[in-house]
Structure formats: structure tokens, C-alpha cells
Design a protein around this ligand. Structure first.
Ligand code: G4P
Length: 526
């Protein structure tokens, strides 16, 4: 099939939300529309509750399940939609950040009652850094919640996004009558018991139409007219280009569990969401239309079965066509590799594919060759940008407790770090190793996996650290001076990059003040 036509069919995106806002439910409804699943509950039943857990086995279970639901692809209106799952558990934050590097747009789900929550703020910040186009879906309108205008203010204030509503609710909770689509100029009437019927959609081009009063009542109609007037005077008119530039976010209202407002969201998404976008590398920009294949690994998943050490590396295709059993160049390792069994993910099914196009994600079986951020090409030396590590928030010294298993421990730690489970720093002064994670549970997961998968044992020792940041300096003399003065606070990450380990906000500030020529970076992308 024509490469350019295939590319034009792809829409690759992620859904982000705070746990419980309705991401899983929305994903499921989208898959139902796409015919990728036949019944509600198929994705949901795969889900493990993400909150209220101090049991790391929950994370282990999620890890197993999330292979199946990592990428879900379906066809809708002649387009191929690829949804990338963004893990919801707070301990997976970094995994989610990285998944966002492989999407071309996102849908943010917000609970009407809770408004903008913490995790959404963090994730949207990452999207904003990359100008990712965003659509906002305000969910659970069948429940009482915040005032719609207040919510828009909250989105603008907390998420620092400019918005323009493309649909508007008529009432909420008990009084929820439906939404008016400013995009399609339709009134969509809410039917709480299931399917949205065709007759529930009333074409109303002009809001002065008396039909509006007849369908939702005079008082509600008057209110809607007034609110829509306010919207048109306060919010900018929707222009696709502004959305594509990441300058403006369309907002939709609905109720995912009632399948309400979801089709409108999906139809608009199909109309406006970007096809695979160009990607930056250190060397040059890669256009998806280019004939030669390029792609990068954004996620690595270990096999849960300790007897099979193989892993799955998730590769995002950026240009050209990826073909099965063809030699590609692994840039970091400087060698050619071919893949006899690349898999595509269609909802929860996996199948071997012969070729894949830009925007697609393929799973490659890997026996330890890949690290997050690795690039495959047809020979060109390229390094994709935008797959940074972030400063961890929790740190501990790691000690080997079984001297007979030193090799196993080193190998296990190496591989877990390649997967992006945590970050490992080796201190410059005494060679001690420090593990840094985003969430505390990761320490237990690491200990458990080292034992189970590598037969190695370790324990942890507290270390008082506030932040790790990567340092660079244009002036070699100033760098040398910094290194000799701060040796006890310095370490190397697994790529050999120099890292400053600050004990407190104050130490951080002092280091910055005393060494003005040294640059401190809070992500590894420097
Ligand atoms: P998440 O993936 O973002 O964590 O959220 P999820 O879809 O699991 O939804 C969280 C809860 O919110 C679920 O209830 C779900 O049914 C409910 N929900 C989703 N959309 C809506 C909506 O439009 N209206 C209302 N009222 N509720 C909604 P739960 O009780 O945790 O699970 P379940 O027992 O219903 O499966």
C-alpha cells in the first residue's frame, strides 16, 4: 500500500488524566466505536485499581496487564487510530512522561466534580513543553459538579492552556439535559440509560430556533443562549492551526460511562487531530514522509516470567516503512539487527506484522539490546530528542547483600535501568550506588524483581538527598574547579553523564550561586 496514504490515515494519541477521572471508561467507549472490542468491560476487566495500594504486587500485576493494553489500535472513518496507554499509578509517572514522547496529540480527561487534579497538571506540563495538541474532555456531567465556566477558568489557570469550548452542557447532574455542539451546531439530548439514539440529535443551526425551547424547556433554552453568547464573546473562535500549534485547546463535555458526548469527541478528533508529526533529532528534523525508515524505543517491558528473560521494546515509527525480517541499524550499538516477529497491538490482541508506518507502534522481542531512547535507522546516525529522564524524588543507597551474586546484581540493575524503572547514580568519591525513583513503591519492586528475575539480593540505606541534576559547563576550567570542590556531591548516571546530588534546596541554591558558569539541568536532555 502507498506509504504516504498509510501515513495520512494514522492518528496516534494518548489519554491522560488523574486516576478515576474516567480514562479507562473513555478508552473503552472509543474502542467500541472502532469495533476493536465488542462489549463494554473488556478493557475495564483488565484494570487493577490504581489507588489505595501499598502492595507492590499490585504494580507487578499492572506491569503484566499493561503489556496487553499498552497500545490499542482501531479503525474509524477510514483512519487508523492508535491509542497509547499512559499508566495511571503515580509511581509510573516517568513511564507516562516517556509515553507522551511517542504520541502526536493527547486528550485530557477531567472529572467535572474534581476539576483539574495534581497528576493532570504534571502530565500536561510535559505536553506543553513539546507543544503537543490537546483536546480536553470534561467527564461525568451526569453528576453534580463545578460550574462549566469555572472549570474553563481552572483549566486555563492550572494547566496554563488557552481553551475554546466546542460543546456546552445544558444543566448537570439530575438536571443534565445534554450538550449543544458548537462544532456541529447540534443539540444532543442526554439519555441516561444507554445508547445515544439518532433521534436524540437535533440539528439547531440558529439558537433562536424555537425548537430549542421545545426540546429542553424555555428556561434552559434562554440560559443556553446567554451562555453561548458569553462563550462567543469571551473565547476565541476555533481555528485548527492554533490547536495544532498547541496554542488553543478545544473543550468537550460529556459522560463517558453513559457513552454520551463520546462520538462527538471522536468525530471532531478524527477531523482535527494531527497525523504523525515530524520528530527532532540531535542531527536534523525527521519528516514522516521521508522514504527511509527511522524509529525510536520509548518503552521497554520485561517478561514477567523469570524463566524467559526476553523483553518487549516499544518502537515508535517516525518515517519510512518498517518491515519484518529486514536489517536495521541500531545506532547506539553500531550494529545491524533484524526482527522476525515484530508485533502490532490491536486492542488486547497481539499479532505479528509484516510492515508498519509512521505513527505506528511495534513491539520488538529483545534479549537485552535495547535501552529507552535507542534509535533504529537504515544506516543514518541519528539520536531522537525529547526522551529525557527527570530528576527523581526519592533516593536510597543500594547495597549488595550476597557477595556470591555480585554479577547478577550488576546485570539486574543495568537491565532494570534500561527499562526506565528507576535511575542509578554512581558516586564519584567512593563508587557507591544510589537509586533514584519517582515513587517509594519502586524500591520494593526493584528488590523483588532483582531477587525473582536475577537471583540477586540487595538492601537499601537512607540517603538524604533533595534533587539530582545534570551539570554542564562551557568553560572547562570552571568545570574542573566545580568538580574538585564538590566531588562528594557528584555522581555519574548510567550514560556516564555528570550529576550533582543536592542535599537540600539550600545546597542547590548555594552551588548555583558559587558556580555561575555551571549549568544545572533538571532533565537529562542537555
Ligand atoms: P480512570 O481510568 O481514569 O482511573 O477512571 P475509570 O474509567 O476507571 O473511571 C473511574 C470511575 O468513574 C469508575 O467507577 C467509572 O465507572 C466512573 N465513571 C466514568 N465515567 C463516568 C461518567 O461519565 N459518569 C459517572 N457517574 N461515572 C463515571 P468505579 O465505581 O470506580 O468503577 P465501576 O465499578 O463503575 O467499574
Amino acid at each position: 500500500m502507498d506509504r504516504i496514504a498509510e501515513l495520512a490515515k494514522r492518528k496516534t494519541f494518548g489519554i491522560v488524566s488523574h486516576p478515576d477521572a474516567g480514562k479507562t471508561t473513555l478508552t473503552e467507549k472509543l474502542l467500541l466505536f472502532g469495533g476493536a472490542i465488542q462489549e463494554a468491560g473488556a478493557v475495564k476487566s483488565n484494570k487493577i485499581k490504581k489507588h489505595a495500594t501499598s502492595d507492590f504486587m499490585e504494580i507487578e500485576k499492572q506491569r503484566g496487564i499493561s503489556v496487553a493494553t499498552s497500545v490499542m489500535a482501531f479503525e474509524y472513518r477510514d483512519k487508523q487510530v492508535n491509542i497509547l496507554d499512559t499508566p495511571g499509578h503515580k509511581d509510573f509517572a516517568e513511564d507516562t512522561y516517556r509515553t507522551l514522547t511517542a504520541v502526536d496529540s493527547v486528550i485530557v480527561v477531567i472529572d467535572v466534580a474534581k476539576g483539574v487534579e495534581e497528576q493532570t497538571e504534571k502530565l500536561v506540563e510535559v505536553c506543553r513543553m513539546r507543544n503537543t495538541p490537546i483536546i480536553v474532555f470534561i467527564n461525568k456531567l451526569d453528576r453534580e459538579g463545578k460550574d462549566a465556566f469555572d472549570l474553563l477558568d481552572e483549566v486555563e489557570g492550572k494547566l496554563k492552556l488557552k481553551v475554546t469550548p466546542l460543546s456546552w452542557p445544558v444543566g448537570m447532574g439530575q438536571r443534565f439535559k445534554g450538550v449543544y455542539s458548537l462544532y456541529e451546531k447540534n443539540l444532543i439530548l442526554f439519555n441516561p440509560h444507554g445508547k445515544q439514539e439518532e433521534e436524540g440529535i437535533v440539528k439547531i443551526e440558529n439558537l433562536d430556533d424555537k425548537l430549542l425551547d421545545a426540546r429542553i424547556g424555555e428556561r434552559e433554552a434562554a440560559e443556553l443562549r446567554e451562555e453561548v453568547e458569553t462563550i462567543t464573546s469571551v473565547y476565541p473562535e476555533f481555528e485548527r492551526q492554533n490547536y495544532l500549534n498547541g496554542d488553543i485547546c478545544p473543550v468537550f463535555f460529556g459522560s463517558a460511562v453513559n457513552n454520551f458526548g463520546v462520538r462527538e469527541l471522536l468525530d471532531c478528533f478524527i477531523d482535527i487531530a494531527p497525523n504523525p508529526l515530524p520528530r527532532e533529532t540531535e542531527e536534523r528534523e525527521i519528516l514522516p514522509e521521508e522514504e527511509k525508515f527511522t524509529g525510536f524505543v520509548f518503552k521497554i517491558h520485561a517478561n514477567m516470567d523469570p524463566k524467559h528473560r526476553d523483553r518487549i521494546a516499544f518502537l515508535r515509527i517516525c518515517s519510512g516503512v518498517f518491515e519484518r525480517n529486514t536489517n536495521y541499524f541500531h545506532v547506539r550499538q553500531g550494529k545491524n539487527m533484524k526482527f522476525p516477529n515484530p508485533t502490532a497491538f490491536m486492542a488486547s490482541k497481539k499479532s505479528v506484522i509484516d510492515e508498519a508506518y509512521p505513527g505506528d507502534i511495534v513491539g520488538l522481542y529483545d534479549s537485552g539490546n535495547f535501552k529507552i531512547g535507542d534509535t533504529l535507522t537504515e544506516g543514518e546516525i541519528l539520536h531522537f530528542k525529547g526522551i529525557p529522564s527527570f530528576s527523581p524524588e526519592q533516593f536510597r543507597f543500594v547495597n549488595n547483600t550476597d557477595p556470591m551474586k555480585t554479577k547478577q546484581l550488576a546485570k539486574g540493575l543495568d537491565q532494570l535501568m534500561d527499562e526506565g524503572v528507576a535511575q542509578l547514580f554512581t558516586k564519584e568519591d567512593n563508587g557507591r550506588k544510589i537509586i533514584g525513583t519517582v515513587g517509594a513503591l519502586q524500591f520494593e519492586v526493584i528488590q523483588h524483581r532483582l531477587k525473582n528475575e536475577y537471583g540477586a539480593s540487595c538492601n537499601y540505606e537512607p540517603v538524604n538527598l533533595y534533587k539530582a541534576c545534570w551539570v554542564t559547563c562551557k568553560d572547562p576550567l570552571a568545570l574542573k574547579e566545580f568538580i574538585s570542590r564538590r566531588k562528594k556531591d557528584l555522581a555519574k548516571d548510567t550514560d556516564g553523564k555528570l550529576v550533582f546530588l543536592a542535599e537540600s534546596a539550600w545546597t542547590m541554591k548555594m552551588a548555583q550561586e558559587n558556580h555561575p558558569d555551571v549549568e544545572f539541568h533538571f532533565t537529562s536532555e542537555i
